[in-house]
Design a protein around this ligand. Structure first.
Ligand SMILES: Nc1ncnc2c1ncn2[C@@H]1O[C@H](COP(=O)(O)OP(=O)(O)OP(=O)(O)O)[C@@H](O)[C@H]1O
Ligand SMILES: [Mg+2]
Length: 309
């Protein structure tokens, strides 16, 4: 296994914020960490990056890096705050990482490498600019270039797109996906945005109170969550006792059960309905495709609930 995290635990005072975390990741895989605020996502990244003390072991590419300094780990981190130097040009920001990691290269080789990486993230021609003269998305890409220029064995990203608007965010998601594939780069990504996680990830890990409560391919975790806590956190759902159905799985059907429409929420490409009858309430997600009913109308719905413990 390329990355092995064994029994990673972390306590602050009496507070156990990571409780026996085990992660195995193959080379070139993209892993997303999901979980509520405070569940320990950043603490896992900080442990892997070498920024905090912890219990347990971290093995990367057959090397035990647990006791190495952050700068010795061949792990690059893109933090939410980016941490660019505003008094330095794009080129100098990108070259900065090479100071510590690539001592064998001379200045010209470092420059070449930095130019190549800047081109790779789509910023060719911006080398002499300072971060203050860049847009949010461009700054984001400088931070990415600075992380990639050192050719890390592992790239860690902690909510890197949270400051970007939707359009830029989607553009960066596609770019990261491409860079990840082109360079066979093993990546761990933290996001609050579940659709972002599903879009990018080969695998997801769901955390709750410092513990892993589900892990696996993104589709499996969404379609078949391992337990109620995961279901609670991932995606939208209607829960009745120990059964649930996702709103998009509820279908309009002449043979279905009758409900009254209580609310209709237009969301652009989709429409959310809130319906109820004497027995239950349901949320329904439909594509915006010739839906002509109004609040108060009746609608027949088919829904096959799934069992969950
Ligand atoms: N330096 C610290 N001292 C004490 N407690 C800390 C410290 N850093 C983090 N914690 C606690 O550890 C827990 C996990 O924090 P962490 O930052 O890993 O959460 P997170 O999942 O990244 O949350 P968010 O989604 O809000 O970023 C939280 O309860 C937090 O209060
Ligand atoms: Mg965090």
């Amino acid at each position: 296994m390329y990355l092995e995290i064994k029994n990673l635990s972390k306590t602050y005072g009496a507070n156990k914020v990571l409780d026996n975390i085990n992660i195995n990741l193959e080379k070139g895989k993209f892993l997303c960490l999901l979980g509520p605020s405070g569940s320990g996502k950043s603490t896992i990244l900080h442990s892997i990056g070498g920024f905090i003390d912890h219990d347990g072991e971290i093995i990367l590419d057959n090397e035990n890096i647990t006791n190495l300094e952050a700068s010795q780990r061949k792990v690059s981190t893109v933090f939410q705050s980016l941490g660019l130097f505003s008094h330095m040009t794009v080129l100098d920001n990108v070259m900065y990482g090479l100071k510590f990691n690539q001592k064998s290269l001379n200045t010209n080789q470092k420059k070449d490498l930095a130019y190549q990486t800047i081109e790779m993230v789509g910023l060719k021609g911006y080398e002499k600019r300072k971060p203050t003269a860049l847009s949010g998305g461009e700054r984001q890409r400088v931070a990415l270039a600075r992380s990639l220029v050192v050719k890390p064995k592992l790239l860690l990203m902690d909510e890197p797109f949270s400051a970007l608007d939707q359009k830029l965010r989607e553009k960066m998601q596609l770019e990261i996906r491409k860079i990840h594939k082109d360079f066979d780069l093993t990546t761990i990504f933290v996001t609050h945005d579940q659709s972002e996680a599903f879009k990018m990830a080969d695998e997801v890990i769901v955390l709750n109170q410092g513990k892993i409560i589900d892990k696996g391919p993104a589709q499996r975790v969404y379609n078949n969550p391992a337990n109620k806590k995961t279901l609670d956190f991932i995606g939208q759902k209607n829960i009745i006792g120990n059964s649930y159905i996702r709103p998009e799985k509820v279908k309009i059907s002449d043979k279905g059960e009758e409900f009254t429409i209580k609310d209709i929420i237009f969301m652009g490409s989709t429409i959310e309905l809130f319906v109820e009858n004497n027995y239950k309430q349901l949320k329904v997600l439909l594509l915006n495709d010739n839906f002509d009913k109004k609040v108060g109308d009746r609608i027949k719905l088919r829904y096959d609930m799934e069992y969950i413990e």
